[in-house]
Write a protein that binds this ligand. Structure first.
Ligand code: DQA
Length: 164
């Protein structure tokens, strides 16, 4: 488990956090959120690779790569959550545990924000808890990854017992 990488992905306009509609998204900047994620990652003894892009294709490429390089994905695809089948398809291809995060409670907002394609590939969804949502997502992902490695170890153990 120690040394596994969790990819934390952020979509369009999240580079503007702190300046952008602070009454909705709070006053933390993305750099603040990254810093708290790195602190939590150190406590959990995992690596966090924290990224942001305003480009859908870049997010898709990062998700595709994650299949071979990461143990799980935390994603706030921002507005692309509500529109991007390409991101949904990439997440399905990655085959990793995924926690979707939104700073705001998307269900208390405009109807077009109530649908998220990302949710269809997510193991779990956290929304409405601000920056804290990212830390909760890391904790949840850590447990999922740990449970997965325990199951793999048990299966390998059974294999050894039965065949040797
Ligand atoms: C968001 C919610 C989206 O609807 C919006 O487009 C964003 C941010 C959130 O974190 O609350 O850009 O993902």
């Amino acid at each position: 488990m120690a040394g596994e990488t969790i990819l934390v992905l952020n979509g369009p306009n999240l580079n503007l956090l702190g300046l952008r509609e602070p009454e909705i998204y709070g006053t933390d900047t993305l750099a603040d959120i990254e810093e708290s994620c790195l602190e939590r990652a150190a406590e959990l003894e995992v690596k966090v690779d924290f990224r942001q892009t305003n480009h859908e294709g870049e997010l898709v490429a990062w998700i595709q790569e994650a299949r071979d390089t990461a143990a799980g994905i935390v994603i706030n695809a921002a507005s692309l959550s509500h529109t991007s089948i390409a991101i949904l398809d990439a997440l399905k291809f990655a085959g990793l545990p995924v926690i979707e995060v939104h700073l705001s409670n998307i269900f208390r907002r405009d109807p077009f924000r109530h649908v998220s394609y990302v949710s269809m590939a997510a193991t779990g969804v956290i929304c409405g808890l601000g920056a804290q949502g990212y830390l909760l997502a890391l904790d949840a992902l850590w447990r999922l990854i740990q449970a997965k490695s325990v199951s793999i170890a048990v299966v390998m153990g059974l294999f050894v017992v039965f065949f040797f």
